[in-house]
Design a protein around this ligand. Structure first.
Ligand SMILES: Nc1ncnc2c1ncn2[C@@H]1O[C@H](COP(=O)(O)OP(=O)(O)O)[C@@H](O)[C@H]1O
Ligand SMILES: [Mg+2]
Length: 306
């Protein structure tokens, strides 16, 4: 029998989970039909993440159930291996795709924001016990790595670069290369390589910076600003490390808030959240749990139930 991780996911020959394997989407249209992947000008840098064991593919918090991990399999001989992850197919595609063709009202914005942060909060939180999970940092959060379900909630996808914290040994699954992820979404400490890799919280704080940028992308679509990537007006379409370092680390610039956001109390509050997520000093950033709690209050005050 094939070795399995604690969650029953077959492991690769070296104990790794399927990361860059074939994906099968149940219910997906045939190849070449409705779903298409857009060319990604901001391709990921770096190699495979060292995530090992214990996580069942893509993750979502409790806001709306799981991403729909169905099965995993591995096939191969000594010289080649094929890894399969079978998940639900989400016809809305990524948040990036979704925001490109949909505008939002406050209710839709809060749903997307709350479900995204719930997913991230779940990822960051260690759960003890046989049904538990380690604390995981994503390291490549961006609107293209978040999927939108039919009911208008999000789930976090693409754990290919994730790292986990091993609380038994108090060790971070240390990545070989710290400058991984997508340059546009990299926080200052990753761009200038000052991130403290021995401290797991550092990776979670880095995720919170990227989450702030994603909140900005969502909120733009609420006041019907055109869909844009963060820093679209400050760096070229495929920015280099130098482009990003200049803007994010040296000039300490961040995406700007359209004036109209200040005229709506809800957008003003979401603006404050993103501002506190992308602080230059990682230790000053909000935690996922803090953002989640604030969004719960906002949902309640608008009488929105998920
Ligand atoms: N379950 C899914 N349902 C629908 N579209 C998906 C699903 N998973 C991924 N995609 C689409 O494929 C793209 C790439 O998937 P991702 O998991 O991020 O892999 P990669 O490692 O290639 O970046 C996503 O941006 C999204 O558009
Ligand atoms: Mg991806």
């Amino acid at each position: 029998m094939r070795p399995t991780s604690p969650r029953g996911v077959p492991e690769g020959p070296d104990g790794t989970l399927p990361q860059r394997g074939l994906r099968l989407w149940l219910g997906a249209p045939p190849a070449g039909a409705a779903h298409h992947r857009q060319a990604d000008p901001d391709a990921e840098a770096g190699g495979q993440g060292p995530l090992r064991g214990g996580v069942d593919g893509e993750v979502e918090g409790r806001a709306g159930g799981r991403q729909g991990f169905i099965a995993a399999d591995i096939k191969g001989t000594g010289s080649w291996t094929q890894l399969y992850l079978i998940t639900d197919y989400h016809e809305n595609g990524s948040l990036y795709d979704y925001l490109g063709s949909n505008t939002l009202d406050v209710r839709a914005l809060l749903k997307l924001a709350y479900s995204s942060i719930s997913g991230l909060c779940h990822l960051h939180t260690e759960i003890y016990g046989t049904q538990g999970k380690p604390a995981i940092a994503h390291r490549d959060l961006k609107s293209k790595n978040i999927l939108v379900k039919k009911n208008g909630t999000c789930c976090i996808a693409d754990l290919g670069l994730a790292v986990k914290f091993n609380s038994d040994t108090n060790e971070v699954d240390i990545p070989r290369n710290l400058r991984v992820g997508t340059k546009r979404y990299m926080p200052p400490e990753v761009l200038d390589e000052t991130l403290n890799r021995n401290y797991f919280q550092s990776f979670m704080m880095a995720d919170m910076y990227s989450l702030g940028l994603i909140l900005w992308e969502m909120t733009r679509r609420c006041m019907v600003e055109d869909p844009q990537l963060p820093y679209y007006d400050l760096v070229p379409s495929d920015p280099s490390y130098e482009d990003m370092r200049e803007v994010v680390c040296f000039k300490k610039q961040r995406p700007s808030f359209p004036n109209r956001w200040s005229s709506d109390e809800c957008l003003r509050q979401v603006g404050k959240l993103m501002f506190e997520c992308w602080a230059h000093n990682p230790a000053s950033r909000l935690t996922a749990l803090r953002v989640k709690k604030t969004l719960v209050k906002m949902l309640e005050s608008q009488d929105i139930k998920l």
